[in-house]
Design a protein around this ligand. Structure first.
Ligand SMILES: NC(=O)c1ccc[n+]([C@@H]2O[C@H](COP(=O)([O-])OP(=O)(O)OC[C@H]3O[C@@H](n4cnc5c(N)ncnc54)[C@H](OP(=O)(O)O)[C@@H]3O)[C@@H](O)[C@H]2O)c1
Length: 234
């Protein structure tokens, strides 16, 4: 099936954290729809280093690769009880998960504005709705990102730029492979999901393509949950 409004020919997409997991699946989908995709991992630019981010974006601009579509997917998280959560780790999560997203949006925005078209997509988490007790800081950074998305969406809509938040639930990726493989913990996690299974990275690709393309041109300020029903209260 090839629906013209889902095509991304002529667009440049930057997907952070696209060496594996959800980011890779999104990058593959955007590339499959015709976009030129700039791939990224922590070696291409460590997002915990603000100076590295600036240098990386300078290089993208010089190479004519400023994105029309930016998917802020990379994140970091640590499972530590909140009362013992070290300040250094909290600052790292705030930097990578929130401040780097804000700065990348700021760097990409002038190019999108000049073209009268753009897509800013933050990858959030079901933790925005159901914070894991030992990942309250991570959950808070994702919630801050969601609020930023709503604040920007209202301002940028008249400029042809949409801003959205894509929220995975429990996905079978490297970051939780070990936890899901634990028979007791894994069973507990899966039993809380109405679909009783973890998602595969590809399960995030369709929604990302919708938000990135003209098919989703009227969607802005939204949070799309891909969580098998996990966030449904009750
Ligand atoms: N997996 C889940 O169940 C789940 C649930 C809710 C939300 N999410 C969100 O979905 C997104 C993707 O998750 P995932 O599970 O697919 O991730 P993942 O498999 O752990 O991959 C993480 C990606 O981010 C990059 N990265 C990590 N730290 C970085 C840093 N300091 N600077 C730059 N890049 C860095 C990694 O690069 P390297 O390869 O170089 O390490 C890798 O490409 C994240 O925002 C996560 O919070 C995931």
């Amino acid at each position: 099936m090839d629906i013209p409004r889902f095509r991304l020919d002529g667009k440049t997409a930057l997907v952070t954290g696209s060496s594996r997991g959800i980011g890779k699946a999104i990058a593959d989908a955007l590339e499959g729809a015709g976009a030129r995709v700039v791939r990224h991992d922590s070696k291409a630019c460590d997002l915990s280093d603000p100076a590295a981010l600036e240098a990386w974006f300078d290089g993208l601009e010089k190479a004519g690769a400023a994105p029309d579509i930016l998917v802020a997917n990379a994140s970091v998280q640590a499972k530590i009880p909140w009362a013992e959560f070290p300040r250094d780790e909290a600052l790292r999560e705030i930097q990578v998960n929130f401040l780097a997203t804000l700065r990348m949006f700021q760097r990409a925005y002038p190019h999108m504005k000049a073209r009268g078209w753009g897509r800013l997509i933050a990858v959030g988490s079901v933790n925005e709705r159901r914070p894991h007790p030992d990942m309250c800081v991570y959950a808070a950074t994702k919630a801050a990102q969601e609020n930023l998305v709503r604040g920007l969406a209202r301002q940028l809509a008249p400029e042809g730029i949409t801003v959205n938040n894509l929220c995975p639930g429990v996905f079978a990726t490297d970051r939780n492979r070990e936890a899901l493989a634990d028979p007791v913990y894994g069973a507990k996690v899966l039993s809380a999901i109405p679909m009783h299974e973890a998602a595969m990275p590809e399960d995030a690709a369709g929604a990302a393509l919708l938000l990135a393309s003209d098919a989703g041109r009227y969607i802005t300020g939204s949070t799309i949950l891909i969580d098998g029903g996990l966030s449904i209260p009750g």
